[in-house]
Design a protein around this ligand. Structure first.
Ligand code: ACM
Ligand code: ZN
Length: 547
């Protein structure tokens, strides 16, 4: 119950409800809203739910009632039979997946949800409509606990609304991961892409290969400043990893918030941390060190050794055991080929497989295609689907793969036209490690570029996708790489408010998007983030720099 209560602690949002017919300040903007006049008195209102609601859903309803009672100072009675007054929660399986309807008049708040996530989404909306004190830890009995009289009919535009966190370049604690999950729940996000491994650190316990974490999770020191400008190191070891027990706990925590975690094991490039632990898996046999600087390593996994491919399958076996998600991400980005060109094992494998360079790709690119296909098959044998970064289009990608477009939109457009499912996460709109303001002296160090929230907000995922292929765009994702992000505060600063813009891209019909409305709503949402202790960037209001 404590964790459920925490869900409501963290479902952040705000609204100015002074006026009797106050406009609401929802993010993301719903599909359909009809505004009435007047309010519903929420404090002490009875709460009831359809007795057929599953346990997880009814627990959520009870936790909401507990929280409202605690904060408004007037207890709400809970009944497991849908009533006619007060808050009434029912399920309607005919609504679109993750959708919900909300009808608030003077007597009742009728909430109908399609499924569990639909109910979570309905709560996110209710939380955004209630006074912002709903997010305080301590009771605030003086608040006028009312809701505006409105009708909302809501469902997502895209089924995949993702956010990504790189915990390899810098490690973030279980608590910080949960905090981010909490905030993303409020914005109706539903996929958390967890980038768990990279050259600079291996962050997931794998029982069969203990050195992945005992050796691979720690780098000796870190390059200070920008890789283009600096060659100084801080001399301080950086490390950390998640035990399997912690991972199971986070997966369950996310599930409760309607968020599926998609783990990424980046392969066959971006694996220096693993090679430092098990050098025999590389082309040269090492020695290797967990990488201390940013930029792309030329050392990659040896694709020619059966032992290395078996290693990947063993790792994926434990990963699948920990993560119930339909999708597993296998990375595939930026795999340098210099070592494969020289390695006798890799060249022998190329011969064996009969791979040849042609006008499209080199034989080494086809070799990566072989590794990708093998992992895809392995996952499929276990009932899972593979996602790869858009480099997996190099060589020959097998049907059934899902492509994550990051080098702009062209990979995604190409993949959709080839009938692959696509998640759009173009760096040009959705890379949250870019600067948010042009006043870079005032900003914390970022990787470069300039991506203000208005640009992110303006992204149209279906641009340049012919109508007949648009159904292949299954969603969008905002990515946050942490080369220059070492603290939770900085992490949050880079996410917000751009992740909220990404949430609206994923949720709201294009015709309902309106940057001026979104920007205006941010005032209220920033106040809620303040209550929750979440850091955010105010560049949209002309104020640069992290406070
Ligand atoms: C990536 O940004 N290398 C996927
Ligand atoms: Zn090799």
């Amino acid at each position: 119950m404590k964790r459920l209560a925490l869900l409501f602690l963290s479902l952040a949002a705000a609204v100015g409800l002074q006026a009797k017919s106050a406009p609401v300040n929802l993010i993301p903007q719903p599909k359909e809203v009809t505004y009435g006049t007047g309010v519903f008195k929420a404090a002490g209102a009875p709460v009831s739910f359809d007795y057929t609601l599953d346990k997880a859903s009814s627990d959520l309803v009870r936790a909401f009632a507990d929280r409202l009672s605690l904060l408004s100072g007037k207890p709400s009675k809970v009944t497991a039979k849908a009533g006619k007054k007060g808050f009434v929660f029912t399920k309607d399986g005919t609504l679109p997946a993750e959708g919900y309807n909300l009808m608030i008049d003077g007597k009742a708040v009728q909430v109908t949800a399609a499924d569990y996530k639909g109910l979570v989404n309905a709560f996110a909306t209710l939380a955004q409509l209630l006074p912002e004190d709903f997010f305080r830890e301590a009771p605030a009995p003086k608040t006028d606990w009312v809701l505006p009289q409105i009708t909302v009919k809501d469902a997502p535009r895209f089924g995949y609304r993702g956010f990504h966190m790189d915990v390899a370049r810098h490690f973030f604690s279980v608590e910080e991961v949960k905090k981010i999950l909490d905030v993303m729940t409020l914005y109706k996000m539903n996929r958390f892409h967890w980038h768990l491994t990279d050259d600079q650190g291996w962050r997931i316990e794998i029982k069969r290969y203990p050195k992945l974490t005992s050796v691979g999770s720690v780098r000796k020191q870190t390059l200070v400043g920008h890789h283009k400008r600096s060659s100084e190191y801080d001399g301080i070891p950086h490390g950390g990893y998640y035990t399997q027990e912690q991972i199971r706990d986070i997966v369950a925590y996310a599930q409760q918030r309607g968020i599926v975690i998609i783990p990424e094991i980046d392969l066959p490039g971006h694996m220096v941390a693993a090679l430092a632990a098990y050098p025999e898996l590389g082309c040269t046999g090492g020695p290797y060190e967990v990488r201390q600087k940013w930029g792309i390593a030329t050392e990659v996994l040896c694709a020619g050794r059966e032992m290395s491919l078996r290693f990947l399958e063993d790792v994926l076996t434990e990963v699948m055991d920990l993560f119930p998600s339909e999708y597993i991400h296998i990375g595939g980005d930026e795999c340098r080929k210099q070592e494969w060109e020289k390695c006798p094992f890799c060249q022998r494998k190329i011969e064996e497989l009969g791979l040849r360079s042609d006008e499209h790709w080199t034989k080494e690119q086809y070799l990566q295609g072989y590794v990708t296909a093998r992992m895809q098959n392995f996952l499929a044998e276990h009932g899972r689907k593979m996602i790869g970064w858009d480099e997996v289009l190099e060589g020959e990608l097998k049907p059934g793969a899902t492509v994550m477009s990051w080098r702009g939109t062209k990979g995604g457009i190409k993949a959709a036209k080839m009938n692959f499912d696509v998640i759009m996460s173009p760096n040009t709109y959705l890379y949250l490690d870019y600067y948010q303001s042009q006043d870079t002296d005032a900003e914390p160090l970022a990787i470069g570029h300039y991506l203000p929230v208005e640009k992110t907000y303006g992204y149209k995922p279906l641009d340049e996708i012919p109508a007949e292929f648009q159904s292949h765009i299954i969603g969008v994702q905002a990515n946050l790489w942490t080369e220059y992000i070492a603290s939770p505060k900085h992490l949050e600063y880079m996410y917000f408010p751009r992740a909220m813009a990404a949430a609206e891209i994923g949720w709201t019909p294009e015709e309902n998007k309106d940057f001026d409305r979104f920007k205006n709503n941010l005032n209220h949402h920033f106040r809620i983030l303040d209550i929750l202790g979440v850091t955010y960037c105010r560049a949209v209001f002309g104020q640069s720099g992290m406070r």
